[in-house]
Ligand binder design. Structure first.
Ligand SMILES: [Zn+2]
Ligand SMILES: [Zn+2]
Length: 233
């Protein structure tokens, strides 16, 4: 699996970090996990063939995780995108269907909206995606994702609750965890309890927290990906 960190920022764009979006490539296909803005620009500037994107997964209905989706819908024909978009709530599906109708004057024949359900909800024979509901949205659906392909496992927390009680006892090959809603020591201590080799920190707020994270002792390999960086697992 190839992991491209397209946007590693927190809610607001900040010096060289865009809103959250992570592209996972398996063979000829790619899968977009969250679509923060300006994901279409980022991929276009990199001359990325967006027709490779098979499915988009939106963890929750906060703008910094879905603001880039509008452009993907509007420019689907231009970029030859045909994909399914999984959203965390029915109201999101309705909103994006209405938005599409507003833009095109009809439903899209290229982008299909579907609902995420807890547990294993996606298996196309190439990747499997399991949704774990987390407490970030205080009663509304918000999900972390376990992604399995080619015998490897990646867990993306997306946004969590400030209590950090919604990270299950998992042991993926790579954990991609947010660090906006808790102190550096808290998140490092939690990760130290897991059996995980590599932990990538994204969505770090405030940006000065990178320094705090780097000062902590870890029993895993800590990664601090910048926008545009790629990792192979
Ligand atoms: Zn966020
Ligand atoms: Zn959020």
């Amino acid at each position: 699996m190839n992991i491209r960190f397209l946007g590693t920022g927190f809610g607001a764009p900040y010096k060289n970090r865009h809103q959250q979006s992570i592209l996972i490539e398996v063979g000829d296909y790619s899968y977009l996990f969250d679509a923060g803005a300006p994901v279409c620009d980022i991929l276009s500037f990199a001359e990325y063939d967006m027709s490779r994107i098979k499915t988009v997964f939106i963890s929750h209905l906060h703008g910094d995780h879905m603001n880039g989706l509008n452009d993907m819908i509007n420019l689907a024909e231009f970029f030859n995108i045909r994909c399914d978009v999984y959203l965390s709530e029915e109201r999101g599906i309705k909103a994006f269907r209405d938005y599409t109708y507003m833009q095109l004057g009809r439903d899209s024949d290229r982008v299909d909206f579907k609902l995420i359900s807890e547990g294993l909800f996606y298996d196309d024979g190439i990747i499997k995606v399991t949704a774990y509901q987390n407490g970030h949205m205080k009663g509304l659906p918000s999900y972390s994702f376990l992604i399995e392909a080619e015998g490897k496992r990646i867990y993306i927390t997306n946004d969590l609750s400030p209590e950090l009680c919604d990270l299950p006892d998992i042991s993926p090959d790579m954990l991609i965890i947010e660090a906006a809603h808790f102190e550096a020591e808290t998140v490092i201590s939690k990760c130290n309890q897991l059996k995980v080799d590599k932990v990538a920190f994204v969505h770090v707020m405030p940006p000065e927290k990178y320094d705090d994270l780097k000062k902590c002792n870890t029993n895993f390999i800590p990664l601090y990906p910048n926008d545009g960086e790629e990792y192979v697992i």
